[in-house]
Design a protein. Structure first.
Length: 1220
């Protein structure tokens, strides 16, 4: 069952559960009395102490409450736009808080009055709570004339307090709900609800006040010593039928204001699609041409006065932007924009008659510096964005809008650019130095590193191998580990070649230039082959599969284990001493000693050859019992008492305990002399009848020299059976014999005590302590030990573990199942990877990207500029020298991240979207993103910004793209945060592409759509969730059109699309961009969804009167916007009439539908400012259906809460209905 809210009419915990007097809804005693008794357990189980009467705290004892108990209020403190159709509430952390001090139990109908209530008062009439005099709480006064209208009747206070449990249990599963109620307190709360329906545009103060007169008097400081008659009886804190001022203490309060009438659902239902105006020709024409407007062309250019159509950033779906310009317009513009380039190519000269020829100043060629092209022709127009922009009046106009936005905001833009000047100059310096470093390192690498043979190259690059990815020259993975690209260092570790072969220390130690190594080579005559020694050894180690014996670690036996070769070649005959300093040992050693070592080694080799490796052995006594850590710990406690015990003594004790742990022996006594070092071990027995601890017999005595002495028969007979201690058999039964001898304290008893019998008892801490005084200190300390473990299961496991240990001793590799498999290391391929991955143009470019930080971006962020000018490519030769600005290298430019659509709309909304001011209210429609306009606008804005920067002395080559964001696109990260994205690549990278149809990694679809919403909904609820959901086709009109799985959720991620950009146009227009092609809009529904919140309570906004007959759905209709589907209305009617056999009833019943969700305030007949009553809720005077299923005649507070619960609202519109 899904998790849901469960409401409880009341909750009691602690002593209040046992209260016997029932709440009569009238006067009650001020304090409840509970009978508290004690019933004993254990040895006195069943015996009871007579109960005593205890008086519990009551409402009149409360001076204040801890405000930390308040976990939520709705509305929030100081909210200014609370919907007046919702009720004010306050939540408390303890689920029983409202009834904690009520001195009564619930009635048979589950009604129980709370000891405090929530009231909501108009600030204009009652003011706000204030501290007065010596009263402990702030107080608020309600004039007598306003008591009936401002304060709720307390006779129904039980109905406006309930508890909430977040539970997956069914509502009738009382045990399950009780268990969850005791669980997470963050999910279980108690709640007070104010039954007052709020008025729109009104200031209120919500106050938690006492519900009973003793609480009111105590909060006002008027209770005295509590002995007054008013403090002895719980009467209501006020009576709305009595005309008198009411002053109330306030435990907690907050202020808020209501908004205009209308909540999320009502405002969403007002939205109308273009389909709603299908009978209104004027509105249809307006919507079909929104985003476009006629644009007159200068009659000086075109005397015929032919006009064109100006476009905005958003245009109707039925409109096709990008139409070519009229021929005469294009020809005239070509002549105008090409004039500056023509005058440069043909310098101005004087006329033949000597007069000065006039120099003409013409409008700019937008984007000429970015494209490095200063003239255009008609032939360029179809495929070149520069010509498509400048030869078309509508798009030159868009570029002009971009330039005008820059002129209007130039001071703010330029200030932002100067803020980045430091990083720009630093970036320029890094660019230049990096280019220089690339050329220098390329020559260095080609001369000194690339010619090295593979073995030497890998040794030189050894420290860098763990940081070199195993990618070949084509960028394809050469080695992978678990599907992930490995490093060369990782490949060395995975191969059999020792990692030391590429270690710098070994390379330096084996270098042919090392003086000691060359001297040794000269003496050995191998100096000519010295250079090849290290390289040859590395080659052999890399080819591990051909040298299997060299890697067989199992067969390797270190020198000195079974013999030694250290003394081989020594001349021992005729000498008494031999000098070993030449072999690394200091001084001289006797020949006899050397021969003894050699003889022992030979004997060991012979023994192994004949009998094999000797096995580890275990003591024979261990087959009869096992010594444990418990025994070790007890013996350590004994050793701590004396300094005479040795490690060998522990072995002797262990042997005796293991050998004597036969049946009948229940423990051991170990005694040690404080001086002298003698140790004695005796067996002990417990008398099952008397509880006496008796000496069974002495086992052995260990002398200081380690000699074990057995006691004589006479001695055994003399002391056997002597009682040494006395314990309670009941205590022993709780522990067992093993526990007894493991728990007795040190020095509990000993044989030297004579006939003194020590008594021991079990304390509350479950420890054995001595009864009476301890005996006088003697030259002995003692400890008791339990028998050795001798169960068959323990002995079998110990034997198995011993055998395993013996196997590991003989052959650890075989026991651990370690097999050596040799793996070759590809020297040649690895060397090729090193050469490819250490190219300076690759490594230094990556280093530069990690260092450069522009416009607040983090270092390491991918930079299109850095990546392109440093990488090799067809034009890389032009980029070799970075200091001159004559080569095609765009200077670093400032980045202005704010989306430009906002500045355009603030400057001129009609320029952003012509006709936007004529849109009707409460409109939702789909429009098309006009990429032609956006490209043109951004070119104009960037060109004008570069010119302004140059004018103000900012370092620029006029080719930068400071503005790359028109919309302010975002992308969701894995952690849920939003990542800002650019809307386009830098303009100088557009190349030979047509305007508005460029291939851009930032632009998935030039023909994408946007959802435009005009109305109060998103103005009031700016955090509304808006997204697109895949649409079902060919389904009945009344069925849901959303693609869902069996759980009612989207079947996969592809079924949902979230907006890639959003924007607002003052005062009430919001738009959402989607990466959905306009031709695919029929495949989608567009959802507007209220965010999930904590529970809210109330009813829907009053429904407007029904539309007149024949009113249609157009502008003149009283019922506008989205209505409930016909299927839903039919289901509600079937539900109301109780037609359980109908499919509609079964479907809505299965969903757990609450019919009260369909009610508005007009249905229950409660006007704004009035109080909701139980009678209104049970009667529903203006029910939507004749047989509406109302609440029972005696509802509980939980049933009332469920009826008032308002769930988040979600609406969707089908794509075809949103088209114009």
């Amino acid at each position: 069952m899904p998790t849901s809210y469960q409401f409880l009419p009341w909750v009691r915990r602690g002593l209040t559960v046992a209260l016997g007097n029932v709440d009569t809804m009238g006067a009650l005693p001020a304090h409840a009395t509970a009978q508290v008794g004690v019933k004993l357990a254990g040895a006195f189980a069943g015996e009871a102490i007579p109960p005593i009467a205890m008086q519990l705290y009551g409402p009149g004892d409360v001076v204040a409450i801890d405000t930390a108990l308040v976990v939520r209020t709705d509305p929030r403190r100081n909210a200014t736009n609370f919907e007046p159709n919702y009720l004010a509430i306050v939540d408390f952390d303890p689920p029983d808080f409202p009834w904690m001090l009520t001195p009564a139990s619930a009635t048979a109908t589950d009604r129980l009055r709370p000891w405090l209530v929530l009231v909501v008062l108009e600030v204009a009439k009652c003011g706000v709570p204030k501290m007065k005099g010596q009263a402990p709480l702030p107080q608020i006064r309600v004039p007598a004339a306003l008591v009936e209208t401002e304060l709720p009747p307390l006779g129904e206070s039980w109905s406006w307090a309930h508890a909430q449990v977040v539970s997956d249990s069914a509502s009738d599963n009382v045990a399950g709900i009780q268990a969850e109620l005791q669980g997470d307190p963050r999910s279980n709360v108690s709640r007070l609800v104010c039954p007052r329906r709020l008025s729109p545009r009104t200031d209120y103060v919500a106050c938690v006040v006492p519900a009973f007169e003793p609480g009111r008097l105590r909060g006002l400081g008027l209770a005295g010593d509590g002995s007054g008659a008013a403090m002895q009886t719980l009467a209501p804190a006020w009576n709305t039928a009595v005309v008198a001022d009411v002053t109330l203490p306030v435990y907690y309060h907050w202020e808020f204001s209501t908004s205009d009438a209308g909540d999320f659902e009502s405002l969403a239902r007002r939205l109308r699609t273009p389909k709603k105006w299908k009978n209104d020709a004027a509105m249809q024409s307006l919507l079909a041409n929104i985003g476009t407007a006629p644009m007159a062309v200068d009659p000086l250019i075109n005397p015929a006065g032919v006009s064109t159509k100006m476009e905005g950033a958003l245009v109707p779906l039925s409109y096709t932007p990008g139409a070519p310009a009229i021929g005469t317009h294009a020809d005239s513009l070509m002549a105008i924009v090409n004039t500056p380039a023509s005058q440069v190519d043909n310098p101005v000269v004087d006329e033949p008659d000597g007069t000065v020829r006039r120099i003409e100043v013409k409008p700019p060629l937008w984007g000429n510096w970015h494209a490095k092209k200063h003239s255009v022709t008609r032939a360029d127009e179809p495929g070149l964005w520069l010509a498509g922009l400048n030869l078309n009046p509508r798009y030159r106009g868009a570029a002009g809008h971009g330039a005008e936005v820059v002129r209007k905001n130039q001071e703010a833009y330029v200030d932002a650019c100067w803020d980045q000047i430091g990083t720009i100059r630093d970036a320029e310096l890094k660019f230049n130095l990096t280019r220089l470093a690339i050329e220098a390192q390329r020559a260095l690498k080609a001369k000194h590193f690339d010619p090295l043979p593979p073995e030497r190259l890998l040794q030189v690059m050894g420290p860098a191998l763990p940081r070199i990815e195993a990618l070949d020259a084509a960028g394809q993975p050469a080695f992978k580990v678990n599907g992930v690209i490995a490093s060369l260092g990782g490949q060395v570790d995975r191969s059999s070649m020792p990692a030391a072969m590429v270690d710098g220390a070994l390379r330096r130690g084996a270098s042919p230039l090392r003086r000691g190594l060359r001297a040794a080579a000269l003496r050995g005559g191998t100096v000519t082959r010295l250079q090849d020694v290290g390289r040859g050894y590395m080659t052999q180690m890399a080819a591990a599969t051909t040298k299997g014996a060299a890697f067989s670690v199992n067969a390797y036996v270190p020198d000195g284990i079974l013999g030694t070769t250290f003394f081989d070649g020594l001349q021992l005959d005729g000498q008494t001493e031999v000098d070993l300093s030449g072999r690394g040992m200091r001084g001289k050693v006797g020949v006899a000693q050397v021969k003894a070592v050699m003889a022992a080694a030979s004997a060991a080799q012979v023994s192994v050859a004949r009998h094999g490796m000797p096995q580890m052995r275990i003591r024979p006594a261990q087959h009869g019992g096992v010594f444990t850590d418990l025994h070790v710990g007890r013996f350590a406690a004994l050793a701590a008492q004396t300094q005479t015990l040795k490690a060998a003594d522990f072995g002797a004790v262990a042997l005796q305990v293991e050998s004597a742990s036969r049946r009948g022996v229940e423990g051991f006594l170990v005694e040690a002399q404080l001086t002298g070092g003698q140790l004695q071990i005796s067996a002990m027995q417990l008398d099952k009848r008397s509880g006496a601890l008796r000496l069974d017999k002495p086992l052995a005595r260990l002398t200081p020299r380690g000699v074990v002495e057995r006691p004589r028969a006479g001695e055994i007979a003399r002391i056997a059976g002597i009682p040494l201690a006395q314990v309670n058999l009941v205590d022993v039964r709780q522990f067992g014999n093993v526990g007894l001898f493991s728990s007795l304290p040190a020095n509990a008893f000993d044989l030297q005590a004579g006939n003194v019998v020590s008594g021991f008892k079990l304390t509350e801490g479950l420890e054995f302590t001595r009864v009476g005084d301890a005996p006088a200190q003697r030259n002995v300390t003692s400890i008791t030990l339990p028998p050795a473990l001798r169960t068959r299961d323990v002995l079998n496991r110990f034997s198995k573990a011993t055998q395993q240990l013996q196997k590991q001793w003989l052959d650890p590799f075989d026991t651990m199942r370690v097999a050596v498999h040799t793996v070759d290391f590809p020297l040649a391929a690895a060397a090729q990877i090193v050469r490819a991955r250490t190219r300076p143009d690759l490594t230094l470019a990556a280093r530069l990207v990690s260092q450069v930080q522009l416009a607040g971006t983090e270092p390491g962020t991918v930079s299109a500029f850095v990546g392109r000018y440093l990488m090799n490519g067809p034009g890389s030769n032009k980029l070799r020298f970075m200091v001159p600005a004559l080569f095609d290298r765009v200077m670093a430019w400032p980045h202005l991240r704010a989306p430009l659509y906002k500045d355009l709309a603030e400057m001129n909304q009609e320029a952003f979207m012509p006709g936007i001011g004529n849109l009707p209210p409460d409109l939702i429609m789909a429009v098309q993103v006009n990429q032609f306009f956006i490209d043109s606008f951004m070119v104009g804005a960037n060109a004008e910004m570069n010119r302004e920067l140059l004018w103000r002395g900012f370092p620029t080559d006029l080719r930068g793209t400071p503005f790359q964001r028109f919309w302010g696109r975002v992308r969701s990260r894995a952690d849920g945060t939003q990542e800002p994205l650019d809307d386009m690549e830098p303009i100088h990278e557009w190349g030979q592409q047509p305007l508005g149809q460029r291939v851009d990694e930032n632009l998935k679809d030039p023909n994408r759509i946007a959802l435009l919403v005009k109305g109060q909904l998103l103005r009031r609820y700016p955090n509304t969730a808006v997204y697109a959901w895949k649409r079902l086709k060919n389904v009945p009109p009344d069925a849901s059109k959303l693609v869902k799985n069996a759980q009612g959720l989207p079947p996969n991620a592809a079924a949902i699309q979230t907006p890639v950009f959003t924007g607002t146009i003052a005062p009430d227009i919001t738009f959402f961009g989607f990466d959905i092609d306009k031709e695919a809009i029929d495949d989608w529904c567009f959802v507007i969804e209220e965010h999930m919140t904590e529970p809210r309570f109330g009813f829907d906004v009053d429904e407007p009167p029904a539309a007149p007959a024949g009113g249609g759905g157009g502008v003149g209709s009283a019922v506008i916007g989205m209505q409930r589907r016909p299927a839903m209305r039919v289901a509600l009617q079937q539900y109301a009439m109780g037609n359980a056999a109908t499919p509609e009833f079964k479907a809505i019943k299965a969903r757990g539908y609450n019919p009260y969700k369909a009610l508005s305030w007009s249905h229950v007949g409660v006007a704004a400012g009035q109080f909701t009553t139980v009678a209104a809720l049970t009667g529903v005077p203006n029910a939507p259906f004749a047989s509406f299923p109302t609440l029972t005649a005696t509802p509980t507070a939980a049933e009332i809460a469920k009826a008032l619960l308002q769930e988040p609202f979600r609406a969707y519109w089908e794509g075809p209905d949103l088209k114009t």
